[in-house]
Design a protein around this ligand. Structure first.
Ligand SMILES: C[S@@+](CC[C@H](N)C(=O)[O-])C[C@H]1O[C@@H](n2cnc3c(N)ncnc32)[C@H](O)[C@@H]1O
Length: 336
């Protein structure tokens, strides 16, 4: 990792800055060293790659993923083409179409989470130039090392790290785009991971994620049962309820023979807003906000009938009539 990258990494739990200690340099790269948080917790840098995995005692699902992939890097790279082949799809075309949804420009800062052997990483790298920045991370050190050797020298400055998708070790609002394919269903806390993706992405930035999920209308078919017998992950639900409230312009599509989903969205801030104060024409009147925020107690059916007659006679709306009457009565009783 480059010395200048140290300030982009933060403590994955507290998000406070880390200090760096260098034991060995290779050219511009810190080859061996340490990143440390304020409490002295150590995140080693080994062969130029920092390991920011948190927590130390991983959730059993994340621990399983780490050891499962750690022993299968070469096999994964050799056989992964099958996922696309079985569905009669061209892997590069599909991967490029997912990456298209990020709307990258060559100067973007991009994070790919769970990069694996770098099959998407190399396509993302091609779209970025020397003024962009690409961060590639995975929980398996073997995967990250393989990815780095696959990419070799690319024109975009690239940083590799080992870490847990549920606790991202990056500054708030640093990236223009965050991407992850084929891993979400393995994360121990998908909700947390999606919220971390939003935290590290600029407002207006793009996020794209995808993984296995058989569409509901195919779940009872032989087609689905055959696929799910070998890979039960095909029966995973799309984590729609875990999408953060900050997501805007959310799009969902099924890809790779229609058995994987891809979800992309733009990052906003907090809840969406709308024109809640627009006057609504008609006898009820008021606005969406007065109807929600201005509710008082109910009245008797006789009183309601009388009011309806009164507003019909006056040619006003229920909202205007009630607002004036309640306001006048309250002022009178308050003596103001
Ligand atoms: C099926 S592979 C997908 C790799 C790559 N994205 C691709 O499309 O070929 C899943 C990857 O997710 C990584 N992974 C699983 N759990 C993770 C976690 N909690 N944090 C980061 N990476 C994780 C694994 O190490 C593995 O490399």
């Amino acid at each position: 990792m480059k010395t200048s990258t140290a300030i982009i990494y933060v403590d994955p739990a507290s998000r406070s800055p880390l200090s760096m200690e260098t034991d060995e340099m290779q050219g511009q790269e810190v080859w061996r060293g340490h990143l440390r948080n304020k409490e002295g917790m150590d995140f080693p840098i080994k062969d130029g790659i920092p390991d920011l995995t948190y927590p130390r005692q991983l959730h059993r699902r994340d621990e399983h993923a780490r050891s499962f992939y750690e022993g299968r890097v070469e096999g994964y790279e050799k056989n992964l083409y099958l996922t696309f082949h079985i569905q009669g799809e061209n892997e590069e075309t599909i991967r490029n179409s997912m990456i298209d949804s990020l709307g990258l420009n060559p100067e973007y800062r991009v994070l790919e989470i769970a990069c694996g052997t770098g099959r998407d990483s190399q396509l993302i790298a091609k779209r970025l130039g020397p003024n962009g920045r690409l961060f590639l991370q995975d929980i398996s050190p073997g995967m990250v090392n393989f990815c780095r050797s696959k990419l070799g020298t690319v024109s975009v400055p690239t940083e590799y790290s080992v870490g847990n998708a549920c606790y991202l070790p990056f500054q708030d609002r640093y990236f223009d785009a965050v991407y992850s394919f084929g891993a979400l269903g393995e994360f121990s806390d998908i909700r947390r991971s999606l919220s971390e993706m939003v935290r590290v992405t600029k407002v207006g930035g793009r996020i794209g994620v995808g993984d296995e999920s058989m569409p509901p209308w195919l779940r009872e078919t032989t087609f689905a049962k055959i696929l799910a017998t070998t890979n039960p992950q095909f029966m995973a639900e799309i984590p729609l309820k875990d999408v953060p409230i900050d997501a805007r312009s959310v799009r969902l599509r099924w890809i790779i023979g229609g058995v994987f989903y891809f979800l992309d969205f733009t990052v906003g801030e907090g809840e969406p807003t709308a024109e809640f104060d627009l006057e609504i024409p008609g006898p009820r009147g008021g606005t969406l906000r007065t109807r929600y925020e201005g509710q008082l107690e109910g009245v008797t059916p006789e009183a309601k009938k009388l009011v309806q007659q009164a507003i019909a006679k006056k040619g006003t709306s229920m909202h205007k009539w009630l607002d004036a009457v309640v306001r006048d009565a309250a002022k009178r009783d308050l003596g103001t």
